[in-house]
Design a protein around this ligand. Structure first.
Ligand code: ADP
Ligand code: MG
Length: 702
């Protein structure tokens, strides 16, 4: 006895069970990410065409694209002079006149059309000979189908992206069939009150109106995906996604850290003593938010955003002091050994007068020293440990780890909270990033983290002057560089390294260093670093540059996360047109780190693409990383913004992170509100999370 399939079962039906989908088409669809009916229905058309205005044949003009309705007077297959090349022709009459429709090389139409049928056609009108008109390869529909309504013509028609051999027309038919199989009473993941507040149609109605819009739907709204039906489907995805983020956050809130922090005047004074300058307002606000988190029983999970040079390190160090004053240990992790050493140097200097010991744990520490350090960490004798990201992943035993600080620079997704959890650790976690993330992306990628942002730079810094110059004006740039070198400043010359051509670029960078050294600046020392050098060689070049022994450092983009050399006041970026905006901004952050005026020259090769021109223009116009990040997102789209799929950017079906910012924010609000009101049980939350992670193919970010 057959049971009636539930709506969810119907949605999960594989496309191969639809009419006309054999194994080959099913495979083509699958390659396009379409496996089930649900996949098909939750894929927007790429655009919509208005084929609803039927025109009289007598009124047609060549060059138009038109819809007509008429009767087939005669039809048949005609051979041409080219062997094997056949044309199917039909004579169509609508009472006002007649024309010919012609389809090239589609002999199967012989079995589709027949004399006397009523048909609707849509296609380009062309002259045929000197007096008559022809529709060439028109879309067609035979009206005496049982369907009762036309789906390909005579209406606003959805146009889908072709998937392999599956044409737009075939997909339209499949979507139509799918919509007939799905029950109109689809369970709705959006709660009724939310839906009504947003004025959204019910789920089925939205799917129907998205794929087969009603006659009066405004075409421009449709093509901007801005009808209520389309918005509802986008919102649905955003809402589900936010529900998952919040669920993840709530389940983390049930964890308990070793012990909550107490803050009193003595601790405040202890922090104040290490502070070499006055905090900026942004730093003070961020610190306040962090310390408030630390005083709560559940672990902190916070992202500290701030442009390069905003002064994140000191904020993190002050948080570490608060933890240490409470008898807890803190781990400070950097993405590279060079950066770990640099942090260690700064921190050790700042802590000189305090009672807190700090150690540096890296791969290059000798075995004996390392053993001793590990023992001190395990016993709690050392409260602060600086190292690379491997620090908490490795075998290091802590006495009582209370705070983990992760300096990710611009990398994403490195933090695996799960790693900490697996080791039975539930410390406060503070992730620092120098990539200003546009708010919509923060909501999605870091939506389960709290975010603090430092937007201003410490007082007295001068904005880096940025100039884009064609390569033909290289001499001017060198002349200027010479004047800066004479004034005692240092410079970076950056060479892009594109992976596919890494060898060629490496050669170019090496030659550039040679030319600069021997032909252009023989009186100065020029160094070279690139990714293929051994770490020790790279380190020593970097250190020589930091010490002022090298004046010009030629580098591939490895310097992007490189060291802090305040005296470097000039940066020349070669082939600036090849870099993304965020990357250029990161690079530029290497200069402008003291009170002197710094300069950044973007050398480009003409002619520039429109996008590249926009990027260089944006760089010259602003130094605000947040503004540039928004611009970058607009120019490149979210996938490229993060560079890789793995970065923890979810795979969305309908959401476009640039287009749909407002809907995302609304979804965030509504989902939070739902949780506050419904208070789902922990088991339900866990189940939700599992589904969610599968659906959005997420790896754990926070
Ligand atoms: P980032 O946010 O890029 O990690 P850093 O923490 O390295 O920035 O700080 C950049 C520089 O600014 C450092 O030399 C630091 O000592 C200095 N700095 C940070 N905060 C202030 C401040 N409030 N006033 C003056 N200098 C500051
Ligand atoms: Mg930093």
């Amino acid at each position: 006895m057959g049971e009636i399939a539930s709506a969810d079962e119907v949605l999960a039906t594989q496309l191969q069970f639809l009419k006309g989908v054999g194994p080959k088409r099913a495979a083509d669809l699958e390659r396009a990410g379409l496996v089930t009916i649900e996949d098909l229905l939750y894929r927007f058309p790429i655009r919509y065409e208005d084929r609803s205005h039927l025109q009289k044949i007598a009124s047609l003009r060549p060059g138009q694209v038109a819809s007509i309705a008429g009767r087939v007077l005669a039809c048949g297959l005609r051979s041409t002079r080219r062997p094997g090349f056949k044309i199917f022709e039909a004579a169509i009459d609508d009472g006002s006149g007649s024309l010919r429709a012609a389809w090239l090389n589609q002999p199967f139409l012989r079995d589709v059309f027949a004399r006397g049928q009523d048909v609707v056609l849509y296609g380009p009108v062309e002259m045929r000979g000197s007096a008559s008109l022809q529709l060439t390869n028109p879309q067609y529909e035979i009206l005496d189908d049982e369907e009762g309504e036309t789906i390909h013509t005579g209406r606003i028609v959805p146009v889908y992206e072709k998937s392999g051999a599956v044409t737009a027309k075939m997909q339209r038919r499949l979507v139509h069939e799918a919509l007939q199989r799905v029950p109109a009473e689809l369970p709705d993941p959006i709660p009724d009150d939310v839906r009504l507040r947003m004025n959204f149609p019910a789920r089925y109605a939205a799917l129907l109106a998205t794929h087969f819009p009603p006659q009066d739907a405004p075409l421009d709204l449709l093509n901007r995906f801005a009808t209520l039906a389309q918005q509802r489907l986008i919102f649905e995805e955003a809402f589900l996604f936010q529900m998952g983020l919040i669920a993840r956050r709530r389940s983390a809130a049930a964890e308990r850290k070793p012990k909550p922090i107490l803050v009193d005047d003595r601790i405040r004074e202890s922090a104040r003593r290490v502070l070499p300058f006055k905090l900026t307002n942004g730093q003070r606000q961020a610190l306040k938010e962090i310390v408030e988190d630390m005083q709560r029983p559940q672990p902190m999970n916070r992202l500290l955003q701030g442009d390069v040079g905003a002064g994140k390190t000191i904020v993190a160090l002050l948080a570490a002091i608060v933890a240490m004053e409470n008898g807890l240990q803190a781990a400070f992790m950097a993405p590279t050994e060079i950066l770990a050493e640099q942090h260690f140097g700064n921190i050790a200097r700042l802590l000189q007068e305090s009672r807190f010991r700090v150690v540096l744990l890296t791969g290059s520490t000798t075995t004996a020293a390392r053993r001793e350090q590990l023992a001190d960490v395990a016993s709690g004798a050392v409260p602060l440990i600086v190292g690379t990201h491997a620090l908490v992943q490795g075998s290091v035993q802590f006495q009582q780890l209370g705070l983990v600080i992760i300096d990710e620079q611009h990398r994403f997704g490195v933090l695996q909270r799960a790693t900490l959890r697996a080791k039975g650790l539930h410390p406060d976690v503070l992730v620092m990033t120098a990539t200003p993330i546009p708010r919509t992306l923060a909501l999605t990628v870091y939506g389960d983290l709290d975010v603090s942002a430092i937007r201003e730079l410490p007082a007295g810094r001068l904005a880096v002057k940025t100039l884009a110059k064609p390569e033909s004006r290289r001499d001017e740039v060198y002349a200027f560089l010479r004047s800066q070198l004479e004034a005692g400043r240092q410079a970076y010359v950056i060479y892009p390294l594109v992976e596919e051509s890494a060898k060629v670029d490496l050669k170019a960078a090496t030659e550039m260093a040679d030319t600069l050294q021997h032909d252009v600046f023989p009186e100065y020392r020029v160094g070279l670093v690139h990714g293929r050098l051994k770490a020790a060689v790279k380190d020593s070049a970097m250190k020589a540059f930091a010490a002022g022994e090298i004046q010009i450092l030629v580098s591939t983009t490895v310097v992007e996360v490189g060291i802090d050399v305040p005296n470097a006041g000039v940066m020349i970026v070669e082939h600036a047109e090849r870099f993304g905006l965020s990357q250029l901004h990161q690079l530029r952050g290497r200069v402008g780190r003291d009170r002197h005026q710094s300069y950044c020259f973007l050398l480009y090769q003409s002619p520039l693409s429109d996008d590249a021109r926009e990027r260089l223009k944006a760089m010259a116009e602003t130094t605000d990383g947040f503004e540039l990040a928004e611009k970058d997102l607009e120019l490149r789209g979210p996938g490229d913004f993060f560079g890789t799929r793995q970065a923890g950017v979810p795979t969305f079906r309908l959401i476009d992170l640039v287009r749909d910012r407002e809907l995302l924010e609304r979804a965030h609000e509504e989902a939070s509100r739902w949780f506050d009101r419904s208070l789902p049980a922990p088991a339900a939350v866990d189940k939700m999370l599992t589904n969610w992670e599968q659906r959005f193919k997420l790896i754990e970010v926070g």
